[in-house]
Design a protein around this ligand. Structure first.
Ligand code: 5GP
Length: 193
């Protein structure tokens, strides 16, 4: 997606060989016009797939997921990051290792917001090792739903997430794909859209 790729090249900050900082337009200050365009692109790709809910992971996926869900006319569900297992209520949980923090959390979904037969589009800001997206897919399946697609804003293609998700049978749609990062330098490769 040219608009996103151009923005990454203009405002993305490569902090290291593995971390891209995008806090001026995605995850601290948020460019809602860009998020709206992203929502339109994901919706146009998945509009005929019978999506019933858009899932995302708090908090950076919320803005693009919201616009995608709005375009598709379906609810958005935010998967919660809990620091410990909650023992009350009817929830699905799976343990995730955070790429940026290196800590673990319990990705959590209330059973109220998934039904057998639900067709889910998962949206997240980054794809690195595929921990978060795989965990989201696992929760969908624990609840009896199926994952129709995984939409990613920025895939770091030199990390293993895409292969991991595709090997598990999921369709991955990445709007921008990074071939290489080094301090102060971003190299893109061809995106899916
Ligand atoms: P994964 O679970 O695929 O290993 O990592 C994806 C998650 O880690 C995303 O939800 C995102 O919040 C975070 N993440 C991974 N890589 C980066 C990065 O380079 N920059 C930022 N800002 N977040 C990242």
């Amino acid at each position: 997606m040219k608009l996103l790729e151009d923005r990454i090249m203009k405002d993305g900050l490569a902090l290291s060989e593995t971390i891209l900082k995008v806090d001026s337009f995605i995850n601290h200050q948020v460019d809602l016009t860009l998020m709206q365009e992203i929502g339109k692109v994901f919706a146009s790709i998945y509009k005929d797939k019978g999506i019933t809910r858009v899932f995302t992971i708090e908090s950076s996926g919320i803005a693009p997921a919201a616009f995608t869900a709005l375009e598709l006319g379906v609810p958005m569900v935010i998967l919660k990051k809990q620091t410990s297992k909650i023992l009350v209520g009817d929830v699905y949980q799976t343990n995730i290792t955070s790429f940026t923090k290196g800590t673990n959390y319990e990705l959590t979904l209330s059973a109220k917001y998934i039904s057998a037969g639900d067709k889910i589009l998962v949206i997240d800001d980054f794809l690195a090792n595929g921990e978060a997206a795989s965990g989201a897919a696992k929760l969908v399946e624990m609840g009896g739903g199926s994952v129709v697609g995984i939409g990613i804003l920025i895939e770091k293609s030199f990390q293993k997430g895409r292969k991991r998700l595709q090997d598990a049978g999921y369709q991955v749609t990445s709007l921008a794909r990074i071939a290489k990062l080094s301090r102060g330098k971003v190299e893109l490769t061809e995106a899916d859209v």
